[in-house]
Design a protein around this ligand. Structure first.
Ligand SMILES: Nc1nc2c(ncn2[C@@H]2O[C@H](COP(=O)(O)OP(=O)(O)OP(=O)(O)O)[C@@H](O)[C@H]2O)c(=O)[nH]1
Ligand SMILES: [Mg+2]
Length: 297
């Protein structure tokens, strides 16, 4: 576990040694199932994830939770309330809980998260659960990495279904209406269903699961829905397509990261280059030159 934690810190920092580590681990790696939980702050994501972890442990599945916050600097594993909340799993070696951030690192969080997921696979974890912390692009980042995206809504918080952010409907594979112990949950479910019927998605119809995370109600159904979606991906060949697309995306991100490092280095180390750049007043010629040089190395 210590080794895993350290390796993930390297991944967060985008440390060059990650490359060797990955190569060494590749033979052992097998892909864990990845489910991402997203939704507005306070909807109960952490409580739900904690309940799912408990369920998975009953089923003898090992599980890693990555709480990702694209707006934070890398964390080195420090985690706030969530670790306390999930503390009942602290002594269980088949549960790994970790927060990750990657502000200021090119490729952002999705690249670091993908690498962390590969590491978790190499360390033998069966399931990986991502929880987004914070708002903004995080939903989309999670959807780009997870096999199954779970969008968590609640009856309160004023997040009436009409206010669901554009884009959320398309990324949700499973909807959860959590806090179903609060008045108004039936209305939210009805509104959501009506909205989904207006804009049906091809192939997979995202189910709506009502849960009371604090009592673990509905958590079994929620996990069943995640597994049903996973089977759907497998049987339609979509899983393979997604894996291939991710590898292409990730390769483009890694290439961009390497190119940026080399460009910075060239501009620092070669005064002639920097001088000509100033003469040009625009970056294109110099950028091309740097890429050419980099290719010839
Ligand atoms: N009534 C009720 N409260 C709940 C339920 N699930 C979670 N809560 C409460 O809602 C609050 C927020 O729960 P969290 O699990 O921290 O929510 P979160 O989505 O992880 O929040 P952030 O990580 O801050 O975005 C806590 O006080 C929970 O106890 C539920 O099903 N019913
Ligand atoms: Mg949380």
């Amino acid at each position: 576990m210590r080794a895993l934690a350290r390796a993930i810190t390297l991944v967060e920092r985008r440390d060059p040694s990650v490359r060797d580590l990955e190569a060494a681990l590749r033979t052992q790696a097998r892909a864990p199932g990845v489910a991402g939980f997203t939704g507005a702050p306070g909807t109960g994501k952490s409580t739900l994830v904690d309940a799912v972890v408990a369920l998975l442990r009953q089923k003898q599945r090992s599980v890693a939770v990555l709480a990702t916050d694209p707006n934070s600097p890398f964390t080195g594993g420090a985690i706030l309330g969530d670790r306390i909340r999930m503390q009942r799993h602290a002594l269980d070696t088949k549960v790994f809980i970790r927060s990750m951030g990657a502000r200021g690192h090119l490729g952002g969080l999705s690249l670091a998260t993908r690498e962390a997921i590969r590491l978790l696979g190499a360390f033998g974890f069966d399931e990986v659960i991502l929880e987004t912390v914070g708002v903004g692009q995080s939903e989309l980042e999670v959807a780009a990495v997870a096999d199954t995206t779970v969008v968590v809504l609640t009856p309160n918080l004023g997040d009436s279904v009409q206010m669901i952010k554009a884009g959320i409907l398309e990324i949700a594979d499973v909807f959860v209406v959590n806090k179903a112990d609060i008045d108004g949950h039936l209305r939210v479910i009805a509104e959501l269903r009506a909205m989904l019927n207006l804009a049906p998605r091809q192939g997979w119809k995202a189910p709506i699961i009502a849960t009371v995370a604090t009592r673990q109600d509905g958590v079994e159904q929620l996990w069943e829905a995640v597994l049903a979606h996973r089977r759907h991906l497998e049987t339609t060949g979509r899983a393979k397509e997604l894996a291939e697309k991710r590898l292409r995306d990730e390769t483009a991100e890694v290439a961009a990261e390497l190119a940026r490092q080399r460009a910075r280095q060239a501009l620092e180390e070669d005064p002639r280059l920097a001088e000509r750049l100033l003469e040009d007043g625009t970056p294109y010629r110099t950028a091309e030159e740097i890429l050419k040089r980099s290719a010839n190395r």
